[in-house]
Design a binder for this molecule. Structure first.
Ligand code: 7TS
Length: 414
């Protein structure tokens, strides 16, 4: 039983957790890919489409005004959740990927030039790597990739060496989706600012799992996705400091982002609308607001504490598997609820397929971090990842299933 909160009560809020897969209760351990949705969020979408559905920011009729109020109130919830001082610093995007691309296209191409440098780390998700490859190549800038230590934490000495006067941007994940390491982003922000660089924090794996305060971290940009934090797919956020947003050109052009338009030119709407061209994803933004209400009710400190309990328990249980390499730091004060493992005898996809037979959902593959996998000398891992509704019992089932799998592959018997 968790000491932090009543997990069984929480589980009742998630209809999908009642499913059986191949005759077994679903154990959903693929939360780093996407989380499940509580009834409050699902119901909020139904309620929106049944009662309020309308386009926003353009109608004088009641439905449009009500939809606009709900939509803007969800922006306010995100702003409060992040500790931001102004909801206008919250820009809706489709997810973390689009938020990072927005920064690259609107800020990067204008502020990064020949001879400048961009710093990322070896643990970045492809979305926070290939985007900066593009900017670096086109602008003739240098892309510096900070290596990891032998337990897959960020090599802070190399980081310090990489951040010099040439650096215009440090773009780094707060928590790794592949090895779980949590990076000291507040300290990294300070280092970036000392040389006049900006910092982008990829919060895709931190914002859903721990308190994140943009003022405390002093980050210039923060990107994350709603679908990893109980909200629908297709909605995410770019937070940026107000003066930076004001200085940026729009990413996309179209309706709602303009102030005045002539045949040959246009002026831009104020922030954040300047970055939200076209009909937005109203329902899912409101759904993200409902997800934030749900998470806030439980408390982000409690969620983090619960995941630390689960991860400590899982790491200790995994010690019995001598034939498995488990990646990431063992100190759970600097590790998220992510457990990647690899056996040289069994392909991760085989592990994933056998676990699925037992109703256990994990992800296998390179987790969109191919350069990280290459640096570890492997091509893929099996990865279990935890969230608020996971239990010790599910970890026991995971451990039993892995034991069967390893036995099967070494002896051919289940
Ligand atoms: N950054 C990190 C750290 C991520 O983990 C992910 C998605 C992204 C960015 C991109 O998020 P998106 O919502 O825009 O796609 N990570 C994973 C994963 O680990 N398994 O599936 C998606």
């Amino acid at each position: 039983m968790s000491k932090v909160f009543d997990v069984n009560k929480i589980r009742q809020d998630f209809p999908i957790l009642d499913r059986t897969i191949n005759g077994n209760n679903l154990a959903y351990l693929d939360n780093a890919s996407s989380s499940q949705k509580p009834r409050d969020v699902i119901q909020c979408l139904v309620d929106y489409y049944e009662n309020y559905n309308s386009n926003v920011h353009r109608g004088v009729h009641t439905l449009s005004m009500e939809a606009t109020d709900l939509y803007e109130s969800a922006r306010g919830k995100v702003s409060n959740f992040l500790g931001a001082t102004d909801p206008n610093t919250v820009v809706w995007t489709r997810g973390a990927t689009e938020a990072i691309n927005l920064v690259a296209f609107s800020w990067g191409f204008k502020n990064i030039g020949a001879g400048d440098a961009i710093v990322v780390s070896q643990m970045e998700h492809h979305s926070n790597l290939v985007t900066w490859q593009l900017v670096a190549t086109r602008q003739k800038a240098e892309l510096r990739v900070v290596p990891l230590t032998e337990n897959q934490t960020l090599d802070m000495e190399s980081l310090a060496d990489s951040i010099d006067e040439k650096v215009k941007l440090v773009s780094i994940c707060h928590a790794s989706n592949s090895v779980g390491s949590i990076n000291p982003v507040k300290e990294i922000a300070r280092k970036a600012h000392e040389v006049g660089a900006k910092i982008l924090i990829d919060g895709a794996q931190s914002v859903p799992h721990m308190p994140v305060n943009v003022i405390d971290l002093d980050c210039d940009f923060l990107a994350f996705s709603g679908h990893k934090m109980l909200a629908p797919m297709g909605i995410g956020v770019l937070y940026a400091k107000q003066e930076i947003l004001e200085s940026m050109e729009p990413f996309m052009r179209g309706g709602d982002m303009v102030l005045e338009v002539w045949n040959d030119k246009a002026t831009w709407n104020s922030i954040p609308n300047k970055f939200e061209a076209g009909t937005p994803n109203v329902a899912d933004a409101i759904g993200l607001g409902a997800a934030i209400d749900y998470l806030t009710e439980i408390g982000m400190d409690n969620i983090r504490a619960h995941e630390i309990e689960l991860t400590d328990y899982a790491l200790q249980k995994f010690n019995q598997f001598e034939e498995l390499d488990v990646y990431g730091p063992t100190d759970t004060s600097i590790r998220g609820g992510i457990l990647p493992f690899h056996s040289e005898y069994v392909h991760p996809h085989d592990i994933g397929t056998i676990l699925d037979q037992e109703g256990i959902a994990i992800r296998t593959g390179h987790h969109c971090t191919m350069p990280l996998m290459r640096s570890l000398g492997i091509s893929a891992t099996a990865r279990a990842s935890f969230y608020i509704y996971n239990t010790f019992d599910e970890i026991d089932r995971l451990v039993d299933a892995i034991e069967h799998t390893l036995r099967y592959f070494s002896t051919g018997k289940k």
